[in-house]
Write a protein that binds this ligand. Sequence first.
Ligand SMILES: NC(=O)c1ccc[n+]([C@@H]2O[C@H](COP(=O)([O-])OP(=O)(O)OC[C@H]3O[C@@H](n4cnc5c(N)ncnc54)[C@H](OP(=O)(O)O)[C@@H]3O)[C@@H](O)[C@H]2O)c1
Length: 377
Amino acid sequence: MEALLLGVGLLLGAYVLVYYNLVKAPPCRGLASLRGRTAVVTGANSGIGKMTALELARRGARVVLACRSRERGEAAAFDLRQESGNNEVIFMTLDLASLASVRAFATVFLSSEPRLDILIHNAGISSCGRTREPFNLLLRVNHIGPFLLTHLLLPRLKTSAPSRVVVVSSAAHRRGRLDFTRLDRPVVGWRQELRAYADSKLANVLFARELATQLEGTGVTCYAAHPGPVNSELFLRHVPGWLRPLLRPLAWLVLRAPRGGAQTPLYCALQEGIEPLSGRYFANCHVEEVLPVARDDRAAHRLWEASRKLAGLGPGEDAEFDEDSQPEDPGTPSSPSSPHPEGPTASELYPSPQSSTGRSTVTRRIPVKDELEPQAC
Ligand SMILES: NC(=O)c1ccc[n+]([C@@H]2O[C@H](COP(=O)([O-])OP(=O)(O)OC[C@H]3O[C@@H](n4cnc5c(N)ncnc54)[C@H](OP(=O)(O)O)[C@@H]3O)[C@@H](O)[C@H]2O)c1
């Protein structure tokens, strides 16, 4: 009996340790009001994306849910309007697997929305399911679609600057290895899918890095965010039906709720003063060091060029990246977030020549070794 009690006690203790160190997400506490700002969240009809959109709506933003299914997207928009009390939550169709759909979304968005302050690339897949495409579907949905969307929406991000792009990546990027000779090869079988998922998440980290370089001085900053291990449908929907009832309770115990998973993407979208960390990777609301493979600037640039081709970008469509820094509209608010009350911000710690007015236009890359002190988020 004593041995049994001891065993139960040890198990409980181990669970509490795991829960507080790995499962529980630090909350993003910024109090920023987002009234007058517009955000786009892709894949916002479920999981992390839905919780991210809810928080943005609660703060008063106009939120566009960019989802592939009209039915699920409209239903989510209805839920979020009810829960947030904000009527400015709308659905627009976006299927990242189709470049034509990405272009159609951009056309509709640009013709109807005068601002874009926050773009969150959240949508993602971990498997091709039963879909058979003649290209790498995981790379298409998780990286190429978002790459094209960023290009097409960039004019609006620039005129709304300071604005932010958040790419929801994953710690799985550490297992990624990009093979440029077969980037777009179709993926077959679960082993190849696991590998392709990790590769696509590495592409997210390298994309954020190169995008930050390309956008230096524009007032548009970008971040790669790892949401943590989250209890969503991402992997579960591909598990055989008979196994799901067994895995669900386990997932509930050891994984974060989607609301917890939304905290780091929200931190990257809202936290005041992280602009000098543009291009970096965040987890648990902190900037994190990445492996050499994920901070390889040559690979990041090579991926950029390969992605342009795979996204079918024409020569003129990269013009936004060739321009010099755009002057900012003096009437625009200084950052998506209100000033953080505690201590100096990163912009104050690392002032740039442009920041003499105190406005958050700094996009200078902080060298990898220089880390900011962890901030409360
Ligand atoms: N869950 C985790 O543990 C975890 C860990 C690290 C990173 N992440 C990342 O977090 C992000 C969100 O994942 P989640 O866990 O919240 O999973 P989820 O609940 O499965 O949400 C994924 C969302 O992406 C959408 N989506 C899928 N394919 C799409 C397409 N072709 N076009 C547009 N939207 C599409 C889905 O729409 P439908 O409902 O129509 O399928 C869904 O709304 C992903 O990028 C994932 O890689 C998750």
